[in-house]
Write a protein that binds this ligand. Structure first.
Ligand code: MF3
Ligand code: CO
Length: 248
């Protein structure tokens, strides 16, 4: 069942999502070559607590940190560690926050220092595919219109969509129905209704789509070692169209 949210509930999710967005923005400015991924986690946790939010990922199914930090070939769910960020890396930062019992969730992938033009393009296409998906978040449309829009943006570029992980409904839980794949035909699945709140999150690989999960049970990497990008927003479906609650 897809849980519809009242205006008041959407506003609480929006507060959570704004804490996520402003913390990601601060992190984007903070991140420098030579830092460890654990330093990013400590920085963002402080940001969230100052803003009266609660880290949503920590303790979720045993996840040990506030942030997921996914460097280069890591697709998602990179656990903060003493891994050092180097000039030329791309760093996925994914953050969830709880505010008054409601969740917000967003992610960006940032280039650190100078990255090749080809890599900048991967980031641009992935972010563009997220916005294409969001653009289909219209009352009366169908869920798979979102999925199809993402796929249509990515595949003509020769990149691969990760199919092992999907977007999700969000509200009083981090993951609610429906699941939102980043691929599929349009015109399928539930109709989109006012009050739905969705986390859309394309993950795009430069190489093959195959995923390997490391022995820690979390870190998901590209099986071929190619780079991967991830962008995510929490959006509300309204009668005036999609509203991005985690807008940076
Ligand atoms: N944005 C991711 C998701 O929605 C992050 C989850 S990390 C976890 O699935 F630790 F909370 F699982
Ligand atoms: Co998510």
């Amino acid at each position: 069942m897809i849980i519809l949210k009242s205006k008041e509930e959407v506003e609480k999710i929006a507060v959570a999502a704004r804490i996520v967005a402003s913390s990601l923005l601060a992190l984007k400015e903070y991140i420098k070559p030579g830092m460890t991924t654990l330093m990013l986690d400590a920085f963002v946790e402080k940001q969230i607590i100052e803003k009266k939010g609660i880290p949503a990922f920590k303790g979720y199914r045993g996840y040990p940190a506030t942030l997921c930090v996914s460097v280069n070939e890591v697709i998602v769910h990179g656990i903060p560690s003493d891994r050092i960020i180097r000039d030329g890396d791309i760093v996925g930062i994914d953050l969830g926050v709880i505010y008054e019992g409601f969740y917000g969730d967003a992610a960006i992938t940032v280039p650190v220092g100078d990255v090749p033009e080809e890599v900048t393009h991967l980031l641009e296409v992935t972010e563009k595919s997220l916005y294409a998906g969001i653009g289909q978040g219209k009352v009366g449309g169908r869920l798979s219109d979102i999925s199809h829009a993402v796929q249509s943006c990515v595949e003509p570029e020769g990149y691969s969509i990760v199919t092992d992980f999907v977007g999700h409904g969000i509200g009083r839980s981090l993951h609610e129905e429906p699941q939102i794949p980043n691929f599929g035909p349009k015109g399928k699945g539930p109709r989109l209704k006012e009050g739905m709140v969705l986390a859309i999150e394309p993950m795009v690989n430069l190489g093959r789509p195959d995923v390997t999960v490391m022995n820690d049970g979390w870190t998901a990497v590209t099986s071929d070692g190619s780079l991967s990008a991830h962008f995510e927003h929490t959006i509300a479906i309204t009668k005036d169209g999609p509203v991005i609650l985690s807008k940076i």
